[in-house]
Design a protein around this ligand. Structure first.
Ligand SMILES: C[S@@+](CC[C@H](N)C(=O)[O-])C[C@H]1O[C@@H](n2cnc3c(N)ncnc32)[C@H](O)[C@@H]1O
Length: 395
């Protein structure tokens, strides 16, 4: 995975960059990284993408090695950058102009149907990343936070030093966790550069694709965290295998996942038919693009065990959609969640709409309108199952 880091001392700075450089999007983002503070790469990352002007790359490497460079390929290219006599200036100018254009395209994202989507690894993730979606993420975060009793982590962590937030979104969990654990370096990755700039010093945001090869050191993290990533991941087994490899013995992985198959509980006087139909159709459409929206505990437990994690523990919660719960805290969570769903419904459906088999766009719009009406009714007792599953890497 071609990570773009905020700080050069990050443990996986530069590691595994070769793969990223060889692949189009990663290479592009590395260029972009050079001038974007939040998502920028250290200067040590720039070398692999430099065109030194030497047509024979092997010769270029050989020359530099023979000059006694201790750091191999990457430092060789840095040296070429600084050269005033071998065309380094023009290479530098060219890189700067490439950097500017790739940076701006990544920051600008990709627009479709009036919504903005991530540009890095374009098409990988189905939901938008514009302000409307960022608001939805933050409101949803607040709803789930209340549902979890304001707990950020359930695994029995003991003075964690290195944590990873996979698919950080607006970075809100990573920031809260970093504040709660000031001794811990929190790396947080996402395809979209939608994280704030002013953050605790122990948070490092990176643009990265978690489904690519991880380049952090092996056995590095005390804690790997994923929240509401059901719609994002295509190959969970591979992801968990990588998480296992990069977690230190005794460290934890924790999934805080929403099951997108909502539930209408038995007290409901509104049957929530359209809502259930939307959940069902959405699940079927997502399956067609290789995504399983049903993050149910048994499946997560099985997957974590298969990856090698032990003492796998489940906590099950329900996050109401709407202000129908008796307990004040849950009513507040329900109001927030309702707002997130009403706000997000269109964005969540747009990209998948062409996989709604047998549905016209108009029929789908009608369905979404019915879902909104149902969920806004106080008589509709809908909720999302939001489950926490964590497991430990054996010592
Ligand atoms: C539903 S959001 C969850 C954000 C955050 N974890 C939260 O709970 O608020 C999913 C996030 O995963 C990111 N994402 C999707 N696929 C990804 C990938 N392959 N690698 C890294 N991030 C990814 C998306 O850009 C999006 O920000």
């Amino acid at each position: 995975m071609g990570a773009q880091e905020t700080e050069s001392e990050s443990p996986h700075a530069g590691a595994g960059r070769t793969t990223g450089v060889q692949q189009g999007p990663s290479a592009d983002t590395q260029r972009a990284a050079a001038s974007v503070p939040e998502v920028g790469a250290s200067s040590a990352e720039a070398p692999p993408i430099v065109d030194s002007g030497n047509e024979n790359e092997d010769e270029r490497v050989q020359t530099s090695v023979s000059e006694g460079s201790p750091a191999g390929d990457e430092d060789l290219d840095v040296a070429t950058w600084d050269s005033q006599s071998d065309g380094g200036d023009s290479a530098y100018e060219e890189l700067q102009s490439q950097t500017a254009s790739v940076t701006s395209s990544i920051m600008a994202g990709h627009w479709e149907n009036g919504r903005r989507y991530h540009a890095y690894q374009s098409g990988q993730y189905l939901f938008p990343d514009d302000e409307q979606e960022q608001d939805r993420l933050d409101v949803k975060y607040a709803a789930i936070h209340l549902t979890y009793g304001n707990k950020l982590a359930f695994a029995p962590l003991n003075n964690p030093q290195h944590a990873l937030d996979v698919g950080t979104g607006t970075g809100i969990w990573a920031i809260d966790f970093a504040e709660e654990h000031p001794q811990c370096t929190v790396s947080a990755i996402d395809l979209s550069p939608i994280q704030p700039t002013w953050v605790p010093p122990n948070v490092k945001f990176e643009i990265d694709d978690c489904e690519q090869d991880w380049t952090w050191p092996i056995a590095h993290f005390d804690y790997v965290h994923l929240r509401t990533m059901a719609a994002a991941i295509r190959n969970w087994d591979r992801l968990f295998a990588q998480a296992y490899r990069h977690t230190r013995p005794g460290g934890y992985i924790e999934l805080q996942e929403m099951d997108y198959m909502g539930v209408i509980q038995s007290t409901s006087r509104n049957p929530g038919t359209a809502f259930i139909q939307w959940c069902t159709e959405q699940g079927k459409a997502a399956a067609k693009v290789g995504i399983n929206l049903r993050m149910i505990p048994n499946v997560m437990v099985e997957q974590l065990r298969r990856a090698g994690f032990v003492d796998v523990t489940v906590h099950e919660f329900r996050c109401p959609i709407g202000p129908w719960a008796a307990e004040k805290k849950m009513r507040d969570a329900g109001i927030l969640q309702l707002s997130a769903v009403l706000d997000g419904l269109e964005g969540l459906t747009l990209k998948l709409s062409r996989f709604y088999e047998g549905w016209t766009r108009q029929e789908l719009d009608v369905l979404l309108a019915k879902v909104r009406t149902e969920l806004k009714s106080k008589e509709c007792h809908a909720y999302w199952p939001v489950n926490v599953v964590y497991g430990r890497k054996p010592e």
